[in-house]
Design a protein around this ligand. Sequence first.
Ligand code: DP6
Length: 329
Amino acid sequence: MFSGKARAYTNIALIKYWGKENQDLIIPMNNSLSLTLDAFYTETCVTFSEDITEDLFYLDHQLQDSKATLKVSRFLDLVRSKADCSLHAVVKSQNFVPTAAGLASSASGLAALAGAASAALNLTLSPEELSRLARRGSGSACRSIYGGFAEWQKGDSDETSYATSIPSDGFENDLSMVFVVVNDAQKDISSRDGMQRTVETSAFYNGWLQTISQDLAKAKKAIANKDFTALGEVTEASALKMHGTTLAATPPFTYWSAESMKAMNLVRHFRESGLPCYFTMDAGPNVKILVERKNEAALLNALKDQFNAQQIVVAHAGPKIEILTEEEA
Ligand code: DP6
């Protein structure tokens, strides 16, 4: 029996990944930049064993169906082939999320699976190699190998597409990310399906790609200068552009709900009344608000009149992936 355990934290992109150049290898169309967060993480234990004849996948103590297990098995196949191993595995994963409102993330899940499975088979991978491996499970997972800020360099092959850490002299610790959990979700379109439909059909997709490098440069400069306003502005702009592309897809779709719009309008209103904060959104209706830590309490106070306490989750910068020993898990 060979076991490995890992804990990986989720990340939220400030400059979004939206679209694949290669769907099988998960090579993206554009570089992206993220902040790893402390509030949401996944712990996964993988045990390869001669005693079982198929892979078994438990999520939050529940044995998963064949569809969910197949995804895990496909990923494990990559690790098995790297390690020249043919054993099946039991995978036990637990998502640690502050509310039950659908905040579990594929980024932390696939990063933890990559870390645990590679540790179990004693693959000694560098952070870049582990990032490449996690990428094969879910693109955004490649950024969860690092704490703080990370950039996914799109590259043009399996070898060259991975994330690296962005040096920031501790700027990430000046920031908070406040989640507004919106409950009136529309019919789900996964990020995988949504981005693919957008690449294939959106009249705005080229416009999205054209401004990526300038947005990335702005974000990196803002991090280097610890310039919150510049980072917030480009974060919000990147999210709006990404979501704009979905409206011009065929058939068109949006992740925004009435509650999302309410939250976004409030952020603009707070800003106009002297509270600097900026929003971002991913492939769902929740709104995430970037604010300086020194203004976190003021933001929470302003939000409390509009949303109930269970809808608000506060996160700060989180650590890199951790490979756990038996005792820590
Ligand atoms: C909107 O990483 O979930 O959150 O690579 O198909 O698994 P796959 O997609 P995923 O997409 C994330 C999209 C996003 C933006 C981002 O995280 O950069």
